[in-house]
Write a protein that binds this ligand. Structure first.
Ligand code: WQD
Length: 336
């Protein structure tokens, strides 16, 4: 197996993907600027896999730093997670998001071109489906965005489409994640956001462990079975394994290929809370508040293409995702 570079490799999804790639026999090199993760994650990955991982504290805007990585490692493919991803923050700091996510990706692609590395698996997001497409989302639907973070994903996907048009040897599999939650079964790595979590499950986890008082449910007047928002929650290890399947596919097929990574099943906020209560055996105090600006009622995937093209499907259910999240939170109440 070749050597792959994982950008954002100490982050929530990147660290779990690293384990999946090592388990699949790949040699991995991690690159992260540690702006939203800890180098301790690399040590945890070594504890879990028993394998050494080479880590570079490098920012994707640092061309010379990335050149050193490629000079010192024969990189066959890049799994590209690195990027800022907080929707609300992107509205306040659009230039930082465009400069980091898009500018950094362009520099990464330029270094890849210099070293004849023509394979990328890109971390994209269901957020590109915007708010006008009907569910379940299909890969050939029109994409758009409602915030700068979402626009960085839309634009980076377009950049990869154009690179594949210009270079017939290039292959880009673009993975559109739905809502990744949970943690590796060891409880050694998991979702570890800085500050107050924006997302539902890490927030619920901190209520469960006593770090936050109660959950605010952002609206219960949506057109959904119980009025609360419905999303397609997918276990982060299922998502990680989807990246291994995507790279296997990319190694054999040139061109641009967008693929949903979701379960195809929607769960409401209240269903998630109940599943988490079952996992932690505690009641999660909550209050219903106003809707959060920009939220849509329902989002879930049509996962057919991943099954047909990659031979991959998610296998974990909501209870298992919450149980794995809770184990990590209980073992790491203050994160890693
Ligand atoms: C899920 C549901 C909320 C928090 C976001 C980004 C998306 C992607 C995944 C990067 C919604 C409700 C949440 C809370 C709540 N990130 N909620 N109280 O909004 O589907 O997607 O994360 O790619 O780009 O937009 O995930 O976890 O924030 O919200 O009621 O404290 O939980 O209204 O219905 P979302 P989320």
């Amino acid at each position: 197996m070749g050597k792959i570079l994982i950008t954002g490799g100490t982050g929530f999804i990147g660290s779990h993907a690293c384990i999946a790639f090592i388990n699949a026999g790949y040699q991995v090199v991690l690159m992260d600027n540690l702006s939203n993760s800890k180098v301790e994650a690399a040590a945890r990955i070594e504890m879990i896999t028993g394998k050494h991982v080479r880590f570079y504290r490098t920012d994707m805007r640092d061309v010379e730093g990335m050149r050193q990585i490629f000079l010192n490692n024969k990189i066959d493919a890049v799994i590209h997670f690195a990027g800022l991803k907080a929707v609300g923050e992107s509205v306040e700091k659009p230039l930082e998001y465009y400069e980091n996510n898009i500018g950094g990706t362009i520099k990464l692609l330029e270094v890849m071109a210099e070293f004849q590395c023509n394979t990328m698996v890109l971390s994209s997001s269901a957020t590109v489906y915007g708010c006008d497409n009907p569910v379940p989302y299909l890969e050939d639907m029109p994409i758009s965005a409602t915030n700068p973070y979402g626009y960085t994903k839309v634009m980076i996907e377009q950049i990869l489409r154009d690179v594949c048009t210009a270079n017939s040897s290039f292959r880009a599999v673009v993975l559109r994640y739905f809502n990744p939650i949970g943690a590796h079964e060891s409880g050694l790595i998991g979702e570890n956001p800085k500050g107050i979590p924006n997302n539902l499950v890490p927030y619920v986890a901190q209520v469960a462990v006593g770090k936050l008082k109660q959950l605010s449910v952002f609206g219960n007047d949506y057109d959904t079975p119980d009025g609360t928002g419905v999303r397609d929650y997918i276990h982060v290890m299922d998502l990680a394994n989807g990246h291994v399947a995507a790279l296997d596919y990319a190694m054999q097929h040139t061109g641009f290929e967008p693929i949903n990574l979701g379960t195809g099943k929607g769960s409401s906020v209240l269903e998630v809370v109940h599943a988490y209560e079952k996992a932690c055996r505690k009641q999660i105090p909550l209050q219903i508040v106003e809707r959060r600006a920009g939220d849509i009622a329902t989002s879930y995937a049509d996962p057919t293409k991943a099954k047909e093209l990659l031979g991959w499907e998610a296998v974990s259910n909501l209870e298992e995702m919450c149980a794995d999240s809770w184990r990590f939170t209980l073992q790491n109440p203050n994160g890693i």
